[in-house]
Design a protein. Structure first.
Length: 308
């Protein structure tokens, strides 16, 4: 079996090996936003038009916090769980020693991404004096576990690996755009840019890994995996709406208006379109190995609204 590989110069190029700690310097951030406003749908709802500038800034900052805390939790609780399994050879795929070593490199990268995500959150909180609201990753984990139990009840370790494949091969426009957005805090652009540079290599590794994994599966297991993957992609990309509600209520928005804002800004057709767009590479990967030639898997795609 051909081994998927991380960058050959990882010891020299990986952020965790030699990248600088990104520091917020207030004089560099004057006139900039902590996060792109156009990436926060509820900020543009007509019901919030009367909010003052400080309140809008607080809502924007909360969205930034939630995005970074999601990243920190995801990397440690989902991705590194699977990366450790690959590194220890605790999978059904016969990977060689080089690929297992590379999985530990990814593990190290992801732990560092979690660290600098929390680091920049704490720096922004101190500078802006906007308190960080608690972020609960448990609903996301529960969603992932439900999908695993529903489609792969006898393949728990395989479900965990597929979750990593889904998270590591999706390509969100948010991650790609922020480093180039000159309206955003420089420290945020730098941190997200550091993340993107590492994730390019992770994407390539797990793309190749999935192809090797698929080739090793029995026909019966392929059906289960093909049906599960659209759900893992949806689990990965569908936004958490409770943090939006919490941020709105903390900002003084009534419960009734908060529900109206969430209902209007996060309609199902909008969410499905977002999942289709950001998940196009992962869904294309599945398509490339013939996973969606399986009728049951095509049905799951349709059920989730992931077909054009």
């Amino acid at each position: 079996m051909t081994e998927p590989r991380v960058a050959a110069d990882w010891y020299e190029s990986a952020g965790v090996r030699g990248g600088p700690r990104r520091m917020l310097q207030e004089d560099r951030e004057a006139g900039l936003k902590v996060f792109p406003e156009h990436l926060v749908p509820h900020l543009h709802h007509e019901g919030l038009a009367g909010l003052g500038a400080d309140t809008r800034q607080a809502l924007l900052t909360q969205h930034f916090y939630q995005y970074m805390l999601f990243t920190s939790q995801l990397e440690t609780k989902v991705v590194n769980r699977g990366a450790a399994m690959v590194a220890h050879g605790e999978t059904d795929v016969d990977l060689g020693p080089g690929a297992r070593l590379d999985a530990f490199k990814i593990y190290s990268d992801e732990a560092y991404h979690a660290l600098f995500s929390l680091d920049v959150v704490q720096q922004v909180e101190k500078t802006t004096a906007v308190p960080v609201l608690p972020y609960d990753f448990a609903p996301r984990m529960a969603r992932l576990e439900r999908t695993g139990h529903a489609f792969l009840p006898d393949h728990g370790s395989l479900a965990h690996i597929l979750q990593v494949v889904a998270f590591e091969t999706v390509v969100t426009r948010m991650l790609a755009r922020i480093p180039r957005d000159e309206t955003v805090f420089r420290v945020v652009r730098e941190v997200v840019g550091d993340h993107v540079r590492d994730e390019v290599h992770h994407h390539a590794y797990f793309t190749r890994y999935f192809k090797e994994l698929w080739a090793s599966l029995s026909p019966a297991t392929r059906v289960k995996v093909a049906c599960a993957m659209p759900h893992f992609v949806d689990d990965c990309l569908r936004p958490d709406l409770d943090p939006v509600r919490s941020a709105l209520r903390t900002a003084g928005v009534s419960a009734e208006l908060a529900e109206e804002v969430v209902r209007d800004c996060y309609r199902e057709e909008v969410l499905a379109a977002g999942v289709r767009d950001a998940g196009r590479h992962t869904l294309g990967l599945c398509e490339s190995v013939g996973a969606f030639d399986i009728p049951e898997a095509r049905e799951q795609l349709h059920l989730l609204g992931l077909t054009d």
